[in-house]
Write a protein that binds this ligand. Structure first.
Ligand SMILES: C[S@@+](CC[C@H](N)C(=O)[O-])C[C@H]1O[C@@H](n2cnc3c(N)ncnc32)[C@H](O)[C@@H]1O
Length: 217
């Protein structure tokens, strides 16, 4: 068995999260989602670096779509205590692990079972998402290692972009102001072009992470 699943936990942004084969093992590249949100909140995540001005409301509503272990949502709840944090997933088994992590780390999160935004009946200020984006045909994949993680957490149709595009459509229809996505850098140009047509302007890329702002006109 994968050494992380045998150990039962993985560190993310300085905290240990329970992991089982029902959830993706949190990856270091995903930590930049946290830095990106802190940046929007006018908080410095690097010692000695002056933060950018805050663009988020005083008490922002943030939704983590495809929360898995809950690592993103829980970290945001602990780093941004003024925010109201929601976390959703299509997998009930994953949500059970995320709930255990929230309780273990004493984070206040509201959980929703949903396909993307389907069951989300409010408009968050920020949506963050590390959705499945792996294209099964990529020849550099270590399929043996990945086979221990849930396929529902990894793979997507349309060159890995199917769920990301659906989320961009849904977010654009609801005019969600900030959208922060993780994808392989080889997919970034396609995502930026798709988002532009849906009124999302790229703010920045940081490693695997893209951040967008909705602009109605
Ligand atoms: C790449 S994992 C990310 C997990 C966690 N957020 C992280 O960064 O470690 C993707 C997650 O999206 C969930 N997921 C897959 N399809 C989904 C859908 N249609 N709607 C909502 N969540 C979905 C999976 O169950 C999985 O937990």
């Amino acid at each position: 068995m994968n050494v992380v699943y045998s150990r039962g936990y993985q560190n993310f942004y300085g905290r240990d999260f329970l992991v089982t084969p029902d959830v993706l093992i949190p990856r270091p590249e995903t930590e930049q989602i946290i830095d990106t949100v802190l940046d929007l909140a006018g908080k410095s995540y690097l010692p000695g670096v002056k933060p950018n001005p805050r663009v988020l409301p005083e008490k922002p509503i943030i939704l983590d779509v495809g929360t898995g272990s809950g690592c993103i949502a829980i970290t945001l709840a602990l780093e941004l205590p003024e925010a109201k944090i929601f976390a959703s997933d299509i997998s009930e088994a994953a949500l059970e692990i995320a709930k255990k992590n929230a309780s273990k780390l004493d984070a206040s999160i509201s959980f929703i079972i949903s396909h993307l935004l389907e069951k989300v009946n409010f408009t968050p200020d920020v949506v963050v998402a590390n959705l499945p984006y792996v294209d099964e045909s990529w020849d550099w994949l270590d399929k043996k290692t990945l086979s221990e993680e849930p396929a529902i957490a990894l793979y997507a149709e349309d060159h890995g972009l199917a769920l990301i595009k659906q989320l961009i459509d849904q977010a654009s229809n609801r005019q969600i102001k900030y959208l922060i996505l993780e994808a392989d850098p080889c997919q970034h140009d396609a995502i930026i072009n798709y988002s532009k047509a849906k009124k999302y302007t790229l703010l920045k890329t940081a490693g695997y992470i893209l951040s967008f702002e909705f602009q109605a006109i």
